[in-house]
Design a protein around this ligand. Structure first.
Ligand SMILES: NC(=O)c1ccc[n+]([C@@H]2O[C@H](COP(=O)([O-])OP(=O)(O)OC[C@H]3O[C@@H](n4cnc5c(N)ncnc54)[C@H](OP(=O)(O)O)[C@@H]3O)[C@@H](O)[C@H]2O)c1
Length: 379
């Protein structure tokens, strides 16, 4: 488990001209591990938004999984151009993102916000790159697969690396990924008719600057000072509030509607009923979600627990005797989504309802890891 004082958060906070090396920790932990990443026959990569919370996690995940690559373009805004970054013992200079950045790039991992994806995604595709995009820019585009590898890998089966043709693949919203990694194995067994999601979302979901602001505010409040509110318009430390996404005319905010619409697309079920309430809580990293499910067929809680124990990407933490269940701290920097509080919903008839509590690291599984699993399926 990593705490908020971990090395990578310090990198974000330091604002140094040199971004600290990635992967030293992995190799220290296992001094016999062989560095596999850099390979002549691997694809050429571009990481767009490499200095951000997700961009930095892309590098950690690439390294942790020995993702093969023959070259990597480290791309960010003009502000970061010229800064140096060490990745797997090699020094890179961060470059400003331009259309030419994609020449000769096989796979481009995007995490620089929706407007950058809208502007540069199609350019990258035109130049032959397969774009895996973390923003919401293309998620609801019918022609763009929206993929969670454990859930709907077939949606991207038609996209092939080396065909010379560029393509777009969208990474779902982080809350959707975490929710569906847990809910889909149960859905496959008993078919979800209705899902009610309540989220407890961490600072990291709003990027590196929001994490920094939560730390700063915490210090300020403890010192009796007025908290600095640049990222969110209200005090975040020692507080919680409705998600900062814009509120729509139907009263839902955009984050909540992403859960509704993306679930329907990923499950290929326009009739599944989904409602959500998304809340920002003063947790540094990793989201938690309470998920209530209503099924077409009965599903006993013990069977549900067994299904979840066997599910890919899921770890069950469900110790009623010790009152020990998933926490954001315990899933931070972990790949798996933790599921607990697995219990029959007393308010529903028979075994047609279930409550679960889910925690997942949304920078990792909710963004970088999911995208790199998608990239792995292209190899
Ligand atoms: N954080 C999460 O948990 C999460 C989860 C899922 C999806 N996402 C999505 O991933 C994207 C990035 O999120 P984040 O949390 O990593 O944000 P972040 O920490 O604020 O990082 C933003 C990145 O975008 C780059 N950027 C900004 N303007 C740019 C420009 N004009 N040209 C090129 N690069 C530019 C920044 O580079 P500079 O440092 O040079 O400004 C930085 O590398 C967003 O679309 C977000 O919705 C985030």
């Amino acid at each position: 488990m990593e705490s908020m004082t971990s090395a990578h958060l310090c990198n974000f906070l330091a604002g140094a001209a040199t971004v600290a090396p990635i992967s030293t920790r992995r190799r220290r932990a296992n001094s016999f591990s062989v560095q596999m990443g850099l390979k002549e026959d691997g694809p050429s990569l571009a990481v767009v938004g490499v200095t951000g919370a997700v961009g930095q996690e892309f590098l950690r995940v690439l390294s942790d999984r020995d993702f093969p690559y023959r070259s990597i373009q480290m791309l960010a805004s003009k502000r970061s151009a010229g800064k140096k970054l060490t990745f797997e013992d090699k020094e890179y200079v961060i470059e400003e993102l331009t259309p030419e950045s994609f020449d000769g790039v096989d796979i481009a991992l995007f995490s620089a916000g929706g407007s950058i994806s809208k502007q540069f995604g199609p350019i990258a595709v035109q130049r032959g790159s397969i774009v895996v995009d973390n923003s919401s820019a293309f998620r609801m585009d019918e022609k763009v697969p929206l993929v969670i590898p454990e859930v709907n890998p077939d949606a991207m089966a038609h996209i092939k690396l080396g065909s010379g043709k560029g393509a777009l693949i969208a990474n779902p919203n982080c809350s959707t990924i975490i929710c569906l990694v847990a809910a889909t194995p149960l859905h496959r067994h008993a078919k979800v008719l209705r899902m009610v999601v309540s989220t407890y979302q961490a600072a990291s979901g709003a990027g590196a600057a929001a994490m920094e602001e939560l730390l700063q505010q915490t210090r300020e409040v403890l010192e009796g000072k007025q908290p600095t509110c640049n990222i969110f318009k209200q005090q975040y430390a020692f507080n919680l509030f409705s998600h900062n996404a814009p509120v729509l005319s139907n009263g839902y905010n955009e984050e909540e509607m992403k859960l509704v619409k993306e679930t329907r697309k990923i499950w290929n079920d326009p009739n599944v009923k989904v409602t959500a309430t998304c809340i920002r809580v003063p947790v540094m990293r990793a989201h938690a979600e309470s998920v209530n499910l209503q099924f077409e067929k009965p599903l006993d809680e013990d069977i549900a627990r067994d299904i979840l124990k066997r599910a890919a990407g899921v770890v069950v933490v469900d110790d009623r005797v010790s009152n020990r269940f998933p926490t954001p701290l315990e899933v931070s920097s972990k790949d798996d989504v933790a599921v607990g509080r697995i219990r029959t919903d007393l308010s529903q008839d028979g075994d047609h309802g279930l409550d679960i509590f889910v925690c997942g690291d949304q920078i990792r599984k909710g963004a970088a890891l999911n995208a790199i699993q998608i990239a792995e399926m292209l190899l």
